[in-house]
Design a protein around this ligand. Structure first.
Ligand code: ZN
Ligand code: ZN
Length: 302
């Protein structure tokens, strides 16, 4: 894969950018919490600590997953990204538990809110910064097929959504003097964070469990085999799995039993080239069989 080195450079740069943005957002949101004493703003700030930590985990994973295949890891190191996303999910769940605890204390002993306007200004600025960065991460994560990057982006986007809710709720609590609203908002934020952690963990798990590529890509694979399989009789047992940027494709190719190895190998090379051109980052393994191995059901006629 000739692009792996440049992929390291750009995703590595993005990961460093994420850490810098998260640190700036953390500073602003924590200042908003210290200014106001609001548990809701505390919950918002705590998410940013998670972002700084997971940014570092993600950077480490990107550095590992960009390493080319070696003797001990002949399929490459791309699954490190899924491991990073699972750790991120776990950290998000821990953050939600910390917020539950703080909110519980504030529920028992309500705290007065101070310097509301200043707190709102600091928190709003941080949220705008996060919004811009999450949009950037999601679009890059999709374009580069990096689940860790996309997971970071989606997580940040849930921050933005909840931050807007926190912003409005905190303003309401301050204006009405109904301080119980403050820990109630924090609990709502914690539930939301818990849900995001669950989703990120689950989607990374399916990557670790070798889930097939989605139906649209499977159809493109079948189409490419059909278009370039001239000379062979059929293809069957097509199996796919994905590890971040890499897509592994394997199948059985039935050829006339009397065909020379030379000719069968030429068909295989043609199919491999066609698939690698159609599916970016694909690695193809073909098992050649004589015609009596042909299947009646589920085979792709060529
Ligand atoms: Zn077979
Ligand atoms: Zn060969």
């Amino acid at each position: 894969m000739p692009s792996s080195r440049s992929a390291l450079d750009r995703t590595g740069r993005v990961a460093i950018g994420s850490i810098a943005v998260a640190a700036a957002v953390l500073g602003l949101k924590y200042a908003a919490y210290l200014t106001t004493g609001s548990v809701a703003l505390y919950s918002d700030a705590l998410e940013s600590i998670v972002n700084v930590l997971t940014g570092m985990v993600a950077l480490a994973a990107i550095l590992v997953s960009a390493r080319p295949p070696d003797k001990n890891h002949p399929f490459g190191h791309t699954k490190a990204e899924y491991v990073s996303a699972v750790i991120e999910g776990a950290l998000i769940i821990v953050a939600s538990l910390l917020i539950f605890r703080e909110a519980y204390e504030a529920l028992i002993e309500p705290r007065p809110l101070k310097d509301v306007a200043q707190g709102l200004g600091l928190n709003g600025l941080a949220t705008a910064l996060n919004g811009l960065w999450s949009w950037f991460l999601i679009s890059r994560g999709r374009a580069w097929r990096s689940p860790a990057l996309a997971a970071d982006g989606w997580h940040l986007l849930t921050d933005v959504a909840t931050s807007i809710g926190v912003f409005v709720g905190f303003a309401l609590a301050a204006v009405t003097g109904w301080t119980i609203l403050d820990p109630v908002i924090a609990i709502a934020v914690a539930i939301n964070i818990l849900w995001a952690g669950y989703r990120i963990t689950l989607s990374s798990m399916s990557g670790l469990m070798d889930e097939s590529v989605d139906a649209e890509i499977q159809e493109r694979i079948r189409h490419a085999i059909k278009a370039s399989g001239e000379g062979a009789l059929e293809a069957h047992d097509i199996r796919t799995r994905r590890a971040a940027r890499a897509t592994f494709i394997e199948f059985h190719l039935v050829v006339p039993g009397a065909m020379t190895v030379e000719a069968a190998h030429a068909i295989c090379d043609r199919l491999e080239a066609a698939l690698e051109a159609e599916i970016e980052g694909s690695e193809v393994v073909i098992h050649v069989e004589p015609e009596h191995k042909a299947k009646r059901k589920g085979a792709l006629r060529l």
